[in-house]
Ligand binder design. Structure first.
Ligand code: AR6
Length: 234
């Protein structure tokens, strides 16, 4: 994947950012950095090959549903590049729906370096996990486990208990020990693992293009994720 973290452009945009800017690139001030914030990747739309149009509709629908339930918290959809199709689809749809851009916005950057490289403090980050909650694989899952170090693996095992896995459509909130680099460096106190629907025949539980099931599971996945964040905020 083409990893473009934070460019100079991001900093410039931040300086110019106003209440109407849909894509924040750095949140900056001490005040905004105290706001409980969930950064989340677009679940299922890369390795799991879920349709982007459908996924973007679901993200918007679920964000609208949950914005009132997260108190003063914020939701931020993150992806690695400004050319991200899913990020741009969501950005346009959020504008069309007039969603409050101080409560929900998109952000370009690596979810494991949002604070140090982008100035955006997110106390909670979501992971697009695999069903065994294993650090391996690629994508955002590997990036988060790598950045967090072994503390996340241990805490994840503890939180998952005997089952040791999660079902598609569900989420697991894991408090991140203060020994983890991701906690120390980025101020991340919780990781919420989310398992989305899979349309990739090379991965377990492929739905073979059954989008009735797939959309239902993706909606459940975002509900579980946002409920997990709401519980942390409360
Ligand atoms: N920061 C921000 N966004 C990222 C990063 C990052 N470091 N890395 C990837 N993305 P994916 P899925 C974006 O494939 O489709 C894993 O191997 C990416 O551009 O990570 O749900 C797991 O183990 C895309 O928009 O997750 C599972 O087996 C989004 O994150 C499987 O892939 C999700 O891409 C899950 O597949």
């Amino acid at each position: 994947q083409d990893v473009v973290a934070f460019s100079a452009q991001n900093t410039d945009k931040n300086i110019k950012a106003d209440g109407n800017s849909r894509e924040r690139s750095a949140a900056g001030s001490a005040t905004t950095n105290d706001i409980p914030t969930l950064a989340f990747p677009s679940i299922s739309t890369a390795d799991f090959q879920f349709n982007h149009e459908k996924a973007s509709d679901i993200i918007i629908q679920k964000v609208e549903e949950f914005l009132d339930k997260i108190g003063n918290g914020r939701l931020v959809l993150v992806d690695l590049t400004s050319g991200s199709r899913i990020l741009n689809l969501v950005k346009v749809k959020a504008e069309q729906k007039n969603i409050d851009s101080s409560k929900f916005f998109t952000f370009v950057g690596d979810i494991t370096q949002l604070y140090t490289k982008g100035g955006l403090h997110c106390n909670v980050i979501a992971n697009a996990a695999n069903w065994r909650l294993k650090p391996r694989g690629g994508g955002v899952n590997a990036a988060i486990f790598n950045a967090a170090g072994p503390a996340l693996e241990i805490a994840t095992k503890e939180a998952a208990g005997d089952a040791g896995c999660i079902q598609p459509g569900s989420a697991l909130t894991v408090p991140l020990p203060s020994t983890s680099q991701l906690h120390k460096r980025e101020g991340v106190t919780h990781v919420i693992h989310v398992l989305g629907p899979n349309m990739n025949p090379q991965r377990p539980d492929c739905l073979n293009n059954d989008y009735d099931k797939g959309c239902k599971i993706l909606r459940e996945a975002y509900s579980s994720l946002f409920e997990g964040f709401a519980s942390i905020v409360r």
